[in-house]
Structures are given as structure tokens and as C-alpha cells.
Write a new protein. Structure first.
Lengths: 511, 340, 309
């Protein structure tokens, strides 16, 4: 057998007190689709950044086709034949597809010849891209195709993809997998980073599993059961969360009536005629691929943007469409935003100060003067009740891990005794333990009589805790369906914009 | 830790001043003594210090409240000037009335607020950034003052000098100490310090300002009015700068003339940063910067060094402060950069 | 009806008044296209004006004076770059510090040279000017820097839009994280743009002290650096549009003198407020459409970059 395409030996990387990678070995064979598996924060991203020359390891060696190499920067990585598709920020919005690809290739090539080459490569792998379009006009899936084409044009021998499917519909995922299999058949190695076990089982021939920065095991995902792989990933058996039985829904607490809103940002989504009823004791999920109007819908519901009509948003029977966020909060709305630092909390401020962010109308403020005693008590209560790991209430928000900050924000919002809780991606980027705790809190809250609306990209999470699921696609919301009577595949079709056809069927159902 | 970098910056700028003086062919020790020690040697010197610190303190507190809200009011000089014009106008009109000082002060404050209201309006309604508008309005204000003292308000008995009549004793702020120039304006400035401290640290308004400045997204999320914060901080800054302006002309200057400030409104930006945007810190920073003004005058008289040397030292102080801040507060970030 | 001579005089005067704005504006435009907001243009122009003046007095050669001014502006920009790019200090605060520092430094530097007569740029190029006809005299006022200001916008537009290096600059200004991930040296590219901006701002300052009014007066840039900054926003970061804006401003400045010459009785101080008021008006007109500004502004403008993100 020839030398492996890539071999890592004892790679370590430390940031301050955190060991992002500790003594990691990895072997990728030619033509192999190799999974790098681990939950958020396990060190996958750091490891691939080391391979791609973006981060320098503190220790360890790297062998490329049997030869020891030192990859100083991404140019060196590309020169070896390593290509990478990033999870985030990898295209320039304001530039054209061709310009983006030219920047990624690093050699001077005539623009016309380049455009021809782009089309040729795209056709060969069944990826439709138009070189002259500006990236900001493209959908998320199209953007990913641009990135993939950019990598393929350099004819890589190792192709790295970081969580590529989180932005795709289930149908688009199938297309991606077909392309990757063809690439592997041509002899290119693929390093596929994910925490989704089903995907890895369907696609990969080998897997390396990381847990808190260390190597926790290797396996053949075609043979191994998902449960065994999950154990390697988490270190213990997965506790189930599951909603035992939905409580009986109560009165309508949040009503959205024909909400239509043009975008306020250059590349935003237009919301079209969105209607939805949310009842007390009920959890409704809104699924969809990011960029289909989630941000706009959340802003319109939270009051950060005003609706055009006052009756477009009704909270507890009161027309709130033209009310700002603070007024809607007084009517009983609580909101957990998707960005924790910078939106849900102020990074530089202490937890105590952050506890006041949405409590301006509470007893913590009297005559415009802050009552620090009450404020500090409230902050302490959140930390105790929601088991937030923090150095104390004077610790700055930026010192907390993502999961703990999320628990604090959810605790603060629940502490306001809302009648409606709006939560965006509540467990995104949160470790499994904290995610479980957050889901349980959300369920307990709804059981206590609160209506909960969750906007998320994580379909399995939505199916786990929601009573009804609706899909947001291109700014339109499908009628919600009973979560127990719907399959992931059906929702996937709706996410892919099959809105019109299924919408009729949905309406027929409702009638 | 927070106060370490201003200290480092001050020490570094004193050291750099010594180098500067040596480069200009003066004995650095003598020059440093003239600049930083000599003015403090006499009671009169101390009163002059308070006199110069007053406008700096008032303007800087306003600027600092703005900066906390991420509103860059760098046109305090213009608000100062319009405050002086409005208050001074009242003083010229009704200078013989017994209580004319009160309407003068109010007119000064209102004038500063009105001048600051323009950028506030342009920012909230037209999205025009306040850095440019406040600054442009400063140039306009200085020209308006020039026009008034050359034209309509010129003293007819002033041998055609570009200046107004002297303010009457009724229209002049009472002196704090007989024989010195410092007026009760210094007490106003001193009173502003605790008020601003309470505002920023203890009230919901101050909390809104801080959140808006640190994380505009969080302010929107919380439902704080972004426009409200812009209006509040600009009007407050304008009011304080306007008050500084009228206190200056109804005090040491004693009339309106083309130049009524050696750039207090701009130096106050440095004062605000040096004082960590904290009212108490600004009190000390304004005294230090006033000392540099006094010392600069001493240098000019005793060592024939140009007044501009003060400007260079002030600029360096701000550079050192920015650098020291980064080196002290964000050291871990820097080490990461080196690794990557 | 003004005759051809007056029209020509007005045209030339407009060009000359626009030249420093075009030059400084282009420097800032390139800097901002790379994602860096340098509010120290005024300070860099002042130091350029002072150093250019001194070097011309010392050497008697305005060309050397301009070279010295460019070096001085570049040195000022390096200070800014070191603080904001290497130490990651706040760009707005550092830019303000640079302007305050520049006002003081320029005044301090020139002290020993103040009042020295120099031969202006135009006189050097065409000795024997006094014998020529008035028309020719006017044309001879179009010195090399005016020509540069007419050509450079097109060069910069071509550079940013058509060359690979320009594409890289735009990419860095659009998203430093992506550019870094693709292997571009973000900090180095930004340093180059900042230093270019400083050098050309220094040159713009030297134009004022060597050609526009061949002498030195304290604070002689008089807010032109800030007007140049407004022009960058006005042009929506497009070089040729910036030149058009600068010409409009040049015309406003000239109109002020023309009004006086034509006997319109408005006090000179009030006329002097025109460029500043025009700046505000332009800023308001252009910023009112928030979407348009957002769409054209470099997305990473003013944000510090450190590689660990």
C-alpha cells in the first residue's frame, strides 16, 4: 500500500488555558472519504485550520504523501494540493463569482479564460454556477457550490469540508454526496467534518473521533452503530430528552396576521403574508435554511422592526405590530436571540449588568435609578436556578462559554415570567449537556402555560421538542403541521422551496 | 489595571517631551520644570490651573457621555463658540440688568444645545455621521463669531478692533478668589462631575447609553431607542460645551472676540479619553491638560518655545494612551496574533 | 456675460481648488477600500504642507519639497498603521489623535522657517511668466499636480477595478477574515494602502503650501482633510466620482471669491462657511439613502483585524 495522502502525528495546540488540540493523530488514505467527528468545541475546526495552514500547531508533525511538510499558510497548503470549503465566511459578498474564484486560485489568469474554466469545472461535477453574478444575489446553497468549484479548480488531492450540510436542504445534501463520491472515485481524498452521525454513516469509509481536544477513537462508520459513535463523541450514553406528551394547548397567546415586510438591508429577505397562531402550553417550530427570512421574521416578532400594520402581531389579544421591543416585552413577550454576545448580552458587561438588559420595566428600576441590590439578587438567582457556570455575577459575559451564556440568557428571559417565549437557534453551538438542559427548560416552560416559538435549522431538535412545525422558505411560511404526523423528508421538500405545490395540499389538510 | 495605561501614557509623554525639548535645543530638565512644576508653585498658578481646567472639564464630560454611547461629538469647539455667542449676546443686550447672568448662562446652554441638535437631527433623520457634521459646524461657528465681531456686534468705540464691548460687571461671573481670574464657573464644572457620575453609573438612562455604545445590537434587542441615545448625548454635550463657552467669555475673556478658545473643545477629546470616559477620571485629566496649557505658556515666555509644542505633546499623549491601552488590556489577544 | 478670459480663469481656479481634495480624497479612498478608516487626513496634510514648505525653503527645489511632503505623510500614516493595524487600537480615536498631533507638529516644525519666501510651483515651471499674455498665464497655473489630480482618479479606478492587486485590496476591505483564510497577508496589504494614503495626503498638503498659496500659515489646511473624507462617502468609494465631487467643491470655493469680486455684498466670514455647509449638505444627501451607502461601503471598514478570529 502506498503512503497515506495525509498523516498527522501528535498535533497539539493551546490557546491560553484551553487545549484546543492535544496529541492528535490522523491518517487519510488516497481516495478515501474520511470523517472527522466530534461535537461543538471538540477541536475539529482548529485541527483543519492547522492542516490548511491558518493556525500554527504548538507541537506535532505533518506528513504529506509520506514526506514531512511544514504548512506555513493557506498558499502553501494549496500548493500541496489541499482545498478547503469553510463553514463560515469564505466568500466576498460584494464581488462576483469569477472574482471570488480568481482570489482563491492565487495565480494570474485572464478573466475570459477563467470564466470558461469555471463553467467547464462546474459542468463536470454537476454544479451550476454563473461566473458573472455577484455573490450577494446567490442563495446559501449556490454559495456553497461556488466555494466547491473554487476548490475543485485547483485540482486538489485532499478536499476538506467543514460542516457543509448545515446550510443545505436534505435534497441538496444528496447532490453534494454524489459529487463527493465521484471525487473520491477519481482518487481525491476527502476529509469530512461533521457531528451528524447519519450523514457520516451514509458517506464515509473511515472516521476519526475527537472529544474535548483529544483523540477519542477511530472507527469504520459503515460498520459501527450510531450509538457507539455517539458514545465516542460524548463519552457517555446519550440521555434522551423527548417530550413525553404534549400538554393540552390553551388559548392563543401570539397571533401573526398576514405579516408582510420589505427587507431593510441590501441583501435581506422580503417577508410575504406570514400568518401563525401560537397557543399557551404549545411549542411551535419554524424550520428552514438560514437566509430565508429567519432574521427578518424574528426582528418583526421581537419588535426590533415594526410591522406595517398594528394587527400584524398580536400578543395576548393586544395589537403590538407598531410597538417597539420594550413595549412588547411589557405585554409578555420574551426573546432569546441567535447572537448571544452583542445582542442577547453585552460582552464587556458583567452578568449582573446583563441581567438588567431586558428588565428595564421591572422592579429592579425605580424612578429611573437602578436598584443594584435587587438586580444582583436576580442575577444570582439565574445563575443558581439554571446552573450557569460562571466566576460570579461580576464576571464579564465574554468570560462564559457559549452554552453557559445561553443558559444565562434563557434564565433571564424566563425570569421575566413571559406569556410567549421566542427562541432563535436555542442550542446552536452549545455542547450536548447544555443543549439537553436548555431543551428541558423550554419544555418545562411550555408545560407551565407559556407558548414557545422556536426558529431553528436543526431539524432533529425541532422534531424532538415541537408540537407543530412550519417551514420558512424565501420569506413565506408554510402552514404548520403536526410534528408527529410529518416526516423529516416532507419538511425537507418545503425547505427546498417546494412551497407552492405542498402549500395547496397543506391548505387542503387544514380545510 | 484600568488606570495603569493613563499613568503609563503620561509618563511616556513626559519622557517624549524631554526628547522633543532636547531636539529643539533646550535643556530638557529646565523645560520639563517650566512645563510641569513651575506653574504649580504659586497660589495664582493654581487658580490659573482651575481656570483652564474649567472649560476642558465641561466639554470633556459631554464628549465622554457621547463616546460611551458611541456618538462622536468632536465639535465641542463649535458648541462652545455658539454658547459664547448666545450668552454673550444676552449680556451685550441687557448688560445693565441686575440678574442678567442667569439668562446669559441659560442662553449659552441653549445655544450649545441648539448647535448640537443639528448633528443629532442629521444623524437620526438623514443618517449623516456626526463626526463630520459636528466638525464642519465647528468651522461654521468660528466663522459666525468672526463675522459678528467684525460686523454687527463690533464695539463702535473699539478703534475698529474686531471685538465687542466689554461685558458690564453685572454680566460678568463673580470671581472665586479676589485677585485671581478664576470664576464661579469652576464650581459649575466641579458640580457636573458627581452628576455625570450618577447619570452614567446609577441610572437607567446611563445604562442605556452604555449598552448602546458597547453593543448597538443588544440595545435594539432590549428595545432602547437608538435615536433617543443620540439626541440625549449630543444635547448634553452641547449644553455642557455651551456652558463652558459662556463661562469663558463672561469670565476671563470679558468680551466677544475672534478667538475665545485655544482649542479647548478639541483638547477635551484627549481629556475625555485620558480620563477613561469616567467623570472622576476626567476631573484629573482636565487638571493635567490645563497644566500643559499653562506650562506651554511658560515655555513660550521663558524658553521662547512655540505654543505648538503643547499640541504636539497632547497628540503624543493620546497616542501613548491608545497604545498603552492595547498593550495592557488586550495583551492576550496580541499574543494570539503572534501565534497565528 | 463673462468673457472667455474670466471663464478660463474660473475653470483654472476651480481645478486648482479641487486638486488637494482629489489627491487627499483618493488616498483616503484607497485606504478605506482596504477596510481602514483613517480620520487623520487633516493631520497628514498639515505635516505634508509644513515639511514640503521647509524642504523647498531649504533646497530651493519644489520637487524635493513634494517628495519630502510625501515621505512625511507616509511617516504619519505609518504611526497610524502601527497603532491600528499592529496594536489594534481603535481607528476613529487614533485618527483623531493623528489630526491633533499633526496640527501641533506642523506648527512646531515650521517655526524657524516662517515667513521665508519661496518660489511657487508654477513660477518654477515657467520662468518669464510675467511677459506672457493673461490667457497663457492662466494656463500656466495648471501645474503638474493639477494634471496629476486629473489623471490619478482614472488610474486608481483602473487599478481597483481591473488589476489583480486592486481586486486583492477590495477583497481585504470586504472581509479580512475571508482574505486571510484564502492566504492573503491582510495586515501587510492594509499597511501598504495606509502608507499610500498618507503619502498622497502629504502631497495634497504640499500642494497647498507650495502652489495654491505659496507660503505657510498655521492650520492652513482649514478642514480640507475632513472635506476629502466627506467626498469619499459622497463618491460611494468610486475614484472618478470623487474627482467630480471635488470639482464641485472647488467651484463652491471659487464662487466665494467670485461673489466678492462681483461686488455681491455678503460678509467674507459668512461666504467662508460655504464649503463646510456644502459638505454637510452633500453628506446629508448621500447618507439619506442608507441602503446605498451600506451597499457600496467596504464591509470591513473600520474593523480591526487580528488573525485569531
Amino acid at each position: 500500500m502506498s503512503a497515506p495522502r495525509l498523516e498527522l502525528r501528535g498535533i497539539s495546540k493551546t490557546y491560553g488555558a484551553t487545549h484546543a488540540n492535544m496529541d492528535i493523530d490522523l491518517v487519510v488514505q488516497p481516495g478515501e472519504i474520511h470523517a472527522l467527528l466530534g461535537e461543538n468545541g471538540a477541536g475539529k475546526s482548529t485541527l483543519v485550520k492547522i492542516i490548511y495552514g491558518l493556525v500554527k500547531p504548538d507541537a506535532g508533525e505533518m506528513l504529506w504523501e509520506g514526506r514531512e511538510v511544514d504548512i506555513a499558510d493557506p498558499n502553501a497548503a494549496r500548493a500541496l494540493g489541499i482545498g478547503m470549503v469553510f463553514q463560515h465566511f469564505s466568500l466576498f459578498e460584494a464581488l462576483t463569482v469569477a472574482e471570488n474564484i480568481a482570489l482563491g486560485l492565487g495565480n494570474r489568469e485572464d478573466p475570459c479564460a477563467l470564466a470558461l474554466r469555471i463553467r467547464a469545472t462546474a459542468q463536470r461535477y454537476g454544479l451550476a454556477v454563473d461566473p458573472q453574478r455577484h455573490v450577494h444575489h446567490l442563495s446559501v446553497g449556490e454559495r456553497q457550490r461556488v466555494e466547491i468549484v473554487r476548490c475543485l479548480m485547483a485540482e486538489p488531492r485532499l478536499f476538506i469540508l467543514d460542516e457543509p450540510t448545515s446550510v443545505l436542504t436534505p435534497q441538496e445534501v444528496e447532490g453534494l454526496f454524489a459529487m463527493l463520491r465521484r471525487l473520491a472515485a477519481e482518487g481525491c481524498s476527502v476529509l469530512y467534518i461533521s457531528h451528524k452521525l447519519e450523514e457520516i454513516k451514509a458517506l464515509c469509509g473511515a472516521a476519526t473521533v475527537l472529544r474535548s481536544g483529544r483523540l477519542s477513537g477511530r472507527c469504520d462508520p459503515r460498520i459501527e452503530t450510531p450509538t457507539a459513535m455517539a458514545e465516542l463523541m460524548i463519552g457517555s450514553t446519550l440521555p434522551a430528552c423527548g417530550r413525553v406528551a404534549a400538554a393540552r394547548p390553551g388559548a392563543v397567546c401570539l397571533q401573526v396576521n398576514g405579516l408582510t415586510l420589505p427587507p431593510d438591508e441590501p441583501f435581506g429577505t422580503h417577508l410575504h403574508d406570514i400568518s401563525l397562531d401560537l397557543r399557551a402550553c404549545e411549542i411551535v417550530g419554524i424550520a428552514g435554511v438560514a437566509g430565508n427570512g429567519q432574521k427578518e421574521l424574528l426582528a418583526a416578532l421581537s419588535g426590533e422592526r415594526l410591522a406595517l400594520r398594528d394587527d400584524a402581531v398580536v400578543i395576548g389579544g393586544i395589537h403590538c405590530g407598531q410597538m417597539g421591543a420594550a413595549s412588547r416585552r411589557k405585554r409578555g413577550l420574551a426573546f432569546v436571540p441567535d447572537e448571544r454576545l452583542g445582542r442577547g448580552a453585552v460582552a464587556e458587561m458583567s452578568l449582573a449588568d446583563n441581567a438588567l438588559l431586558t428588565g428595564g420595566a421591572s422592579a429592579m428600576v425605580g424612578q429611573g435609578i437602578i436598584r443594584f441590590g435587587r438586580l444582583r439578587d436576580f442575577a444570582r438567582r439565574i445563575i443558581d436556578e439554571f446552573r450557569v457556570k460562571a466566576a460570579g455575577i461580576d464576571a464579564p459575559a465574554s468570560s462564559l462559554s457559549g452554552g453557559n451564556m445561553q443558559k444565562f440568557i434563557i434564565g433571564r428571559e424566563i425570569g421575566a415570567n413571559p406569556r410567549v417565549l421566542l427562541a432563535a437557534h436555542p442550542t446552536w453551538g452549545v455542547d450536548i449537556g447544555a443543549a439537553l438542559a436548555i431543551r428541558q427548560q423550554v419544555i418545562a416552560l411550555s408545560d407551565s402555560g407559556v407558548g414557545v416559538l422556536i426558529v431553528s435549522e436543526d431539524l432533529s431538535e425541532l422534531f424532538e421538542i415541537c408540537d407543530r412545525i412550519a417551514v420558512l422558505s424565501e420569506g413565506r411560511l408554510s402552514p404548520p403541521r403536526d410534528a408527529r404526523a410529518t416526516t423529516i423528508n416532507e419538511v425537507g421538500l418545503l425547505m427546498g422551496g417546494m412551497h407552492e405545490g405542498l402549500g395547496d395540499e397543506g391548505r387542503a389538510h387544514a380545510a | 489595571m484600568l488606570w495603569l495605561s493613563p499613568l503609563i501614557a503620561v509618563v511616556a509623554s513626559v519622557a517624549a517631551s524631554a526628547v522633543l525639548f532636547a531636539a529643539l535645543g533646550r535643556n530638557p530638565l529646565v523645560a520639563l520644570y517650566t512645563m510641569f512644576i513651575a506653574p504649580l508653585g504659586t497660589v495664582l498658578g493654581l487658580t490659573e490651573l482651575a481656570l483652564k481646567a474649567t472649560p476642558l472639564l465641561l466639554c470633556a464630560v459631554g464628549i465622554a457621555v457621547g463616546c460611551r454611547a458611541n456618538v462622536w461629538n468632536i465639535g465641542a469647539e463649535g458648541q462652545f463658540t455658539i454658547g459664547a455667542i448666545c450668552g454673550g449676546g444676552v449680556g451685550l443686550l441687557w448688560g445693565d440688568q441686575p440678574w442678567v447672568l442667569v439668562p446669559m448662562l441659560l442662553a449659552g446652554i441653549a445655544g450649545g444645545m441648539a448647535w448640537a441638535a443639528i448633528p443629532a437631527f442629521l444623524r437620526t433623520k438623514c443618517n449623516a455621521h456626526e463626526i463630520l457634521t459636528t466638525l464642519m459646524l465647528s468651522y461654521v461657528a468660528v466663522q459666525i463669531l468672526g463675522w459678528l465681531v467684525h460686523g454687527p456686534w463690533q464695539d463702535p468705540d473699539g478703534f475698529n478692533f474686531p471685538q465687542t464691548k466689554q461685558f458690564t460687571p453685572e454680566a460678568t461671573l463673580p470671581l472665586l478668589i479676589e485677585g485671581a481670574r478664576v470664576t464661579i464657573g469652576a464650581l459649575f464644572a466641579l458640580g457636573v462631575v458627581p452628576l455625570a457620575w450618577v447619570l452614567l453609573g446609577r441610572t437607567m438612562t446611563g445604562y442605556r447609553i452604555r449598552v448602546a455604545g458597547l453593543a448597538p445590537g443588544a440595545a435594539r434587542y432590549a428595545g432602547f431607542s437608538g435615536d433617543g441615545v443620540v439626541w440625549f448625548s449630543l444635547l448634553l454635550g452641547g449644553a455642557l460645551a455651551g456652558m463652558a463657552g459662556i463661562c469663558e467669555v463672561a469670565g476671563p475673556v470679558g468680551q466677544l472676540q475672534p478667538i475665545i478658545s485655544p482649542g479647548y473643545g478639541f483638547t477635551a477629546i484627549i481629556v475625555a479619553f485620558l480620563g477613561r470616559l469616567n467623570p472622576v477620571g476626567i476631573l484629573f485629566a482636565s487638571l493635567l491638560m490645563a497644566l500643559e496649557y499653562l506650562g506651554g505658556e511658560g515655555l513660550q515666555m521663558d524658553l521662547q518655545l512655540p505654543q505648538a509644542a503643547t499640541g504636539v505633546i497632547q497628540g503624543m499623549l493620546l497616542f501613548f494612551l491608545l497604545a498603552a491601552d492595547v498593550l495592557i488590556l488586550y495583551r492576550p489577544r496580541l499574543s494570539e496574533v503572534r501565534h497565528a | 456675460m463673462p468673457d472667455g478670459g474670466i471663464l478660463l480663469a474660473m475653470l483654472v481656479a476651480t481645478l486648482r481648488a479641487a486638486t488637494p481634495l482629489v489627491l487627499a480624497g483618493l488616498g483616503e479612498l484607497v485606504t478605506e477600500r482596504a477596510g481602514v478608516l483613517n480620520l487623520g487626513i487633516e493631520g497628514m496634510m498639515l505635516v505634508g504642507a509644513a515639511v514640503g514648505f521647509m524642504a523647498t525653503v531649504a533646497t530651493g527645489n519644489p520637487a524635493l519639497g513634494m517628495l519630502a511632503a510625501m515621505l512625511a505623510g507616509a511617516a504619519m500614516a505609518l504611526v497610524f498603521g502601527f497603532l491600528t493595524l499592529s496594536l489594534l487600537a481603535n481607528q476613529v480615536a487614533t485618527g483623531l489623535a493623528l489630526t491633533i498631533f499633526g496640527i501641533g507638529l506642523s506648527a512646531l516644525l515650521v517655526v524657524d522657517y516662517q515667513g521665508h519666501p519661496i518660489t511657487g510651483l508654477a513660477t518654477v515651471i515657467s520662468p518669464g511668466l510675467s511677459q506672457a499674455s493673461p490667457m497663457v498665464q492662466q494656463l500656466l497655473l495648471i501645474d503638474p499636480l493639477v494634471v496629476l489630480a486629473l489623471v490619478l482618479p482614472f488610474v486608481v479606478q483602473w487599478f481597483l477595478g481591473r488589476t489583480r492587486a486592486g481586486l486583492v485590496v477590495r477583497a481585504v476591505g470586504e472581509s479580512h477574515d475571508v482574505a486571510f483564510a484564502l492566504g492573503y497577508r491582510v495586515i501587510r496589504i492594509r499597511y501598504l494602502c495606509v502608507v499610500f494614503g498618507g503619502a498622497i495626503s502629504g502631497l495634497a498638503g504640499a500642494y497647498l503650501s507650495l502652489a495654491y498659496t505659496p507660503m505657510w500659515t498655521e492650520n492652513m489646511v482649514a478642514g480640507r482633510g475632513w472635506i476629502a473624507l466627506a467626498l469619499v462617502v459622497f463618491s460611494t468609494w468610486k475614484p472618478v466620482l470623487l474627482a467630480v465631487g471635488a470639482l464641485l467643491f472647488g467651484f463652491v470655493t471659487i464662487a466665494q471669491f467670485q461673489a466678492e469680486a462681483m461686488g455681491i455684498n455678503v460678509p467674507s466670514q459668512l461666504l467662508a462657511t460655504l464649503p463646510y455647509l456644502a459638505t454637510i449638505a452633500v453628506l446629508v444627501l448621500i447618507s439619506r439613502d442608507a441602503t446605498r451607502t451600506k451597499l457600496n461601503a467596504p464591509a470591513a471598514l473600520g474593523r480591526s483585524f487580528h488573525a485569531s478570529t
